[in-house]
Ligand binder design. Sequence first.
Ligand code: PLP
Ligand code: COI
Length: 365
Amino acid sequence: MTSPADTALASLEFAVTRNPAARTDAEREAALSDPAFGTVFTDHMVGVTWTDGEGWHDARVQPYGPLSLDPAAAVLHYGQEIFEGIKAYRHADGSVHTFRPDRNAARIQRSARRLALPELPADVFTQSLRELIAVDGAWVPAGDDQSLYLRPFMFASEPFLGVRPAKEVGFYVIASPVGAYFKGGAKPVSIWLSEDYARAGKGGTGAAKTGGNYAASLLPQAEAYEQGCDQVVFLDADGNVEELGGMNIVFVFKDGTVVTPASPSILEGITRESLLQLAADRGHTVQQRPISLDEWRQGVASGDIVEVFACGTAAVVAPIGQLKGHAFSDPQPTGSLALELRQELTDIQYGRREDTRGWLLRLDA
Ligand code: PLP
Ligand code: COI
C-alpha cells in the first residue's frame, strides 16, 4: 500500500486553523476538574489525508468537530479502521511529555499493514502529537493520575462499495483529558471469563488495533457487566489465556517469575512491555509463553500464582481480584508487585523518577 515516496517522507508541513470557538480558560479548567474517560475533548484535532497517487498530504490542525463523510465511505461498511492510544503527561515544571511514541508509531504501521491501510511514517505520527500539543497543550491536566489521552486513528474514507482497500484514507488525532479509568483507582477489578465468545482467531486481526476487535468484545463485555464484573478475559481456541477487552494480562508466580501470554492474536501492549522491562531490571525472570486457563486456575488454587494484573495505557495497571465464569468464581490473590510496578512506571511518566531508559519524549518544546 505504501509507495517508496511515502516511507521516505520524514515530515509534513501542518497548516494550522485556530478554533474561533475555543473554550475560555475558565471553561477549560471546569472541564479538566474531573473528566470521566473519553467524554471531554480539546479544541482542536489533527488531520492528514492519504490518497492513492498523492500519498500523505494536506496535514492540518483544525478546530475539533464533526467529520463530513460520504454515506458510502468504506469504513462504514467494511470496518477498515485502526487506532492508537497514548498519553501526554504534565510534569511538575509544567513541561509535557509522552511515553514511547516510537512504539505506538510502529504498532499503527503493523495495524495498517494488516488492515490494508497505508503506513503513516513514524515521524509524521510523532509530529502530529506535537502539533496538537502546540495548540492544545493547556488541556494537559496537572492533577494526580490525570493525563491527556491522545487517540490517533485512521480509516477508509473513500466512497466505494466494492470490497478492496480504499484509495482515500484519513488519519486524525483527537485528545481527551482523563483521570483514572476505573472508578476506585487501583482497587482490584473483577474479570468475567468469556466462554461463549472469542475476540480473535488464528490468522485474524487480533494483533491489530482495529475497531472490529472492540466491536466483537462488546457483547461479552456487556455479559461481564451483567455478572457484576468490570472486564472480560478471552481465551484462544486451545484454552490459552489471551487478553482482556482493552488490556493485557500478567501473572506473578511464587518464585517471582512474571508470565504474560505469548500469542500471535493479542495486542502487543506497550504498558506490558514496559512493566516487564521494569520487572526484569528488578531481577525478576520474565516469560512470554502460552498460559492456559487450567494453569491459571490450578496455579491460584495451589498458591503457585501469587498475583494477577491487567495493564494498558488507559487503565495503567489494575490488579485482578476475582475471576468468574458460568460455573465458578475464584478469588484472585493480590500482592504488591503490580502496585509497585505501577508506581515505578507512573513515576517515570510523570517525571517523578529519572527516565534512565529514554522512554519519554518532550512534546511541548
Ligand atoms: N490489549 C488491548 C485489546 C488493548 O486495547 C490495549 C490498550 O491499548 C492493550 C492490550 C494494552 O496496550 P497498551 O499498553 O499499548 O496500551
Ligand atoms: C488504551 O488503553 O489505550 C485502549 O485503547 C483501551 C481502550 C479500551 C480504551
